[in-house]
Design a protein around this ligand. Structure first.
Ligand code: GLU
Length: 507
């Protein structure tokens, strides 16, 4: 971006206004969240306002529960809005479905000024026209059949109830605008034809209402997905015809899957809700999407929302598509998980256990402390979780990684055998371990002391002690080491589990 161009919006404090304008036709998409974040950051970086506008003109596809999901997802991500639903400002209402009277006024104005006209062509006629143009190798566009109908005929058609759409008279010119990310872009408007802006007078189309709303809401910068690039010249024509100032436009790079195709469902989760349900943290998602197409000035990789707001510059948004690498998100998520305090982590992870029912079943079935108190007090849960944070990428990984602290998973006696050990040998070793552990008092039941005392039992292959002990305690082929587990389980549970394992070898 040229310095002169940048100067146009630097110093716009207070008057810089951006918007994110989702259509509530699905759950909030991770790519849309990136668009929203860049708008939010741009507003915060320049002391502007960030507006949330719900584009629910498509009555069939728009749903209230999707709108709710969009708002909830933004709250969860920490992207607050200055104006929008639930936060009325000077330029509301902020749902297009509540602004119809306004759109009607502008449609009438365009018709009165003959900048738009009624088109009575039927669907069949329009389709035949497109086919014919395509067969001649031309891009299909409206040929202008109704652009100069005599007034009398228009009146007769209306009186006869003939359905119509409203078309804009497209100027026959080349239109150039400067995109903040892509630089100068030109379109030949003669190729566009007279576009439809409303079905009848009551039913305006998106391309029209978005232009009216951007003006009415005093939007100074439109930052949106690349797929809208071809809509921009049409909107600029509308702005010129209506005498509106033209906002700055920025079209963000596409988000690509690792195979470089446009990111879609077939590549995995696409909605923020799915990422939330899988146990990703909002701070990880924010950090991750911030780097999809934008890069900071230095080589720092970890950013909080506040740090991003200080660092963000639209001049460092790239044109080329940004590759979505979920491994990077996993890495970031693990980083933010490790930053949580034990009690924060327990609160975040608990709903994931409830989903797997591990805790509930465990509480019903197996353990009560010897004093009868609840086995799963907060301190116990926190210690169990802390042991798994190194390896957990998502909150949903915790039940799998730590479930054995609450309920020994069913396992085969064979799993207790290290290499060529026979069941009798396993039993013998477990009994020796048991006697050693019984002699250690509760206060000394720490991993260091346990390791030291049990080491006295090692023979030529310490695996013959460590493996059966670890499996007895975890019921799993892979888990953290036996002493780390034992310290958290505590003496009562450890002895109980070893006893159960010994019984298994006898069955
Ligand atoms: N409602 C449009 C969409 O969801 C966004 C329009 C815009 O940003 O101009 O794609």
């Amino acid at each position: 971006m040229s310095p002169a161009y940048q100067a146009k919006f630097e110093g716009m404090n207070g008057t810089l206004r951006v918007r994110f304008a989702p259509s509530p036709t699905g759950l909030l998409h991770i790519g849309s969240a990136r668009t929203a974040l860049f708008n939010w950051l741009f507003a915060r970086a320049h002391g502007g306002s960030y507006i949330l506008r719900i584009e629910d003109t498509d009555k069939e596809r728009s749903r209230k529960d999707y709108e709710q999901n969009i708002l909830e997802s933004f709250k969860w991500l920490g992207l607050d809005w200055d104006e929008g639903p639930e936060k009325q400002g000077l330029y509301g209402p902020y749902r297009q479905s509540e602004r119809t009277a306004l759109y009607k006024k502008y449609i009438e104005q365009l018709l009165d000024q003959d900048k738009a006209y009624r088109c009575f062509c039927t669907k069949e006629e329009l389709e035949a026209q497109s086919r014919e143009m395509e067969s001649r190798g031309e891009a299909p566009r409206y040929r202008g059949t109704c652009s100069h109908l005599p007034q009398k005929q228009i009146e007769t058609n209306i009186a006869g109830g003939k359905p119509f759409i409203i078309r804009l008279r497209m100027p026959n010119k080349k239109l150039t605008f400067e995109d903040m990310i892509r630089g100068k872009i030109s379109f030949d408007m003669a190729l566009t034809g007279d576009i439809a802006i409303a079905k009848g007078e009551e039913d305006p189309l998106w391309i029209f209402v978005v232009t009216i709303d951007d003006y009415e809401m005093k939007i100074s910068h439109v930052i949106r997905a690349e797929e809208h690039l071809s809509n921009t010249p049409k909107q600029i024509v509308l702005q010129e015809l209506l005498g509106f100032p033209i906002p700055f436009y920025a079209h963000l790079p596409m988000i690509l899957a690792p195979d470089r195709a446009k990111l879609s469902k077939r590549h995995g989760a696409t909605s923020i809700q799915e990422y939330k349900d899988a146990g990703y943290l909002p701070e990880a998602i924010i950090n991750f999407i911030a780097l999809l197409g934008w890069h900071p000035s230095g080589d720092k990789e970890l950013f909080t929302l506040d740090e991003l707001a200080k660092e963000f510059s639209i001049a460092r948004v790239q044109k080329a598509g940004a590759v979505f690498n979920v491994k990077r998100l996993d890495w970031l998520n693990n980083h933010y998980l490790r930053k949580k305090t034990p009690s924060e982590l327990a609160a975040l992870a608990l709903p994931f256990y409830e989903k797997t029912e591990t805790l509930r079943r465990a509480a019903d079935e197996t353990y009560a402390n010897s004093d009868g108190s609840d086995s799963f007090d907060a301190a116990y849960v926190e210690k169990a979780l802390a042991l798994a944070t190194e390896r957990a990428q998502k909150l949903a990984d915790f039940p799998e990684l730590t479930g054995f602290f609450f309920l020994v998973p069913p396992y085969e006696a064979k799993l207790l055998q290290w290499r060529a050990m026979q069941p009798e040998h396993v039993r013998e070793q477990l009994s020796r371990i048991m006697r050693t552990l019984e002699s250690i008092d509760n206060q000394s039941f720490t991993q260091d002391i346990l390791a030291e005392r049990v080491s006295g039992l090692y023979g030529a292959d310490r695996g013959e002690i460590l493996w059966p002990l670890r499996v007895a305690l975890s019921g799993k082929q892979f888990s953290p080491g036996p002493f780390e587990i034992a310290e958290i389980l505590g003496k009562d549970r450890v002895l109980k589990r070893i006893k159960q394992a010994i019984q298994k070898t006898m069955q």
